[in-house]
Write a protein that binds this ligand. Structure first.
Ligand SMILES: [Zn+2]
Ligand SMILES: [Zn+2]
Length: 225
């Protein structure tokens, strides 16, 4: 095992359940980082430099806004806006104006939390493949999970080579369980639609009440709050 990062989180979140375990892991990471960036410790020089350069995306800004430490968030904004102000140029020159436009149009897309989360998630994709290959019992646990959102399904497939000699078994296990999960969801979704016909009022739900929300999660993942 080359990647000693929270195998514990993987064990914890692959317990079963119907939502995507990678979404749950990512949400835990996002919550941790959001707390950390609201903590005074992150205003140390290297962190401040990163915030200056990259800022926060709208989603993670909203997560921080929903938490308590407004002073810390305000200080982060002082530092970021001061950097952006440096790129503001009063000019008559249309070419320079276009250059500014290009910069500011993309200035809201970079995010220090997204950067860290993405870096960690790549390590998780690799570790999961390695655990499938080398950790006893994990392959069965993975086969028993309820599938993934499409983004994370794709990410796991993309990193399948880290299962080394078991790469074929790994992609087979992933694709088979994903297909079964999507079939099951579609059945629930059909039932969900049928239940909206008054003639089916007595038909049991059998868990299909949540089918629409699960369909949205399959397509778009589950966002941290
Ligand atoms: Zn997911
Ligand atoms: Zn972000």
């Amino acid at each position: 095992m080359h990647y000693h990062i929270g195998n514990m989180l993987i064990h914890q979140e692959f317990q079963s359940g119907k939502s995507c375990p990678l979404c749950r892991i990512r949400n835990i990471l996002e919550n941790r980082l959001t707390e950390q960036y609201l903590n005074d410790a992150v205003m140390e020089d290297d962190q401040r430099k990163k915030v200056n350069e990259r800022g926060f995306c709208a989603h993670h800004t909203q997560m921080m806004l929903a938490r308590k430490n407004k002073l810390s968030l305000a200080l982060q904004h002082v530092t970021r806006i001061t950097t952006l102000k440096g790129k503001l140029e009063v000019t008559y020159d249309a070419k320079r104006a276009r250059k500014q436009a290009e910069f500011f149009a993309h200035s809201r897309e970079t995010c220090v939390i997204c950067d860290s989360v993405e870096e960690s998630m790549v390590r998780y994709y690799k570790t999961i493949a390695e655990m499938f290959e080398g950790e006893q019992g994990f392959a069965d646990r993975l086969r028993a999970c309820g599938g993934f959102c499409f983004e994370h399904y794709a990410a796991l497939l993309e990193h399948a080579k880290y299962a080394h000699g078991k790469q074929g078994d790994y992609v087979y296990a992933l694709s088979k369980l994903q297909k079964e999960a999507v079939n099951a969801l579609l059945e629930d979704l059909y039932r969900f639609c049928s239940k909206h016909d008054y003639r089916n009022a007595d038909m049991p739900w059998e868990g299909a009440e949540t089918a629409l929300l699960r369909a949205v999660s399959l397509l778009h993942g589950e966002e941290a709050k």
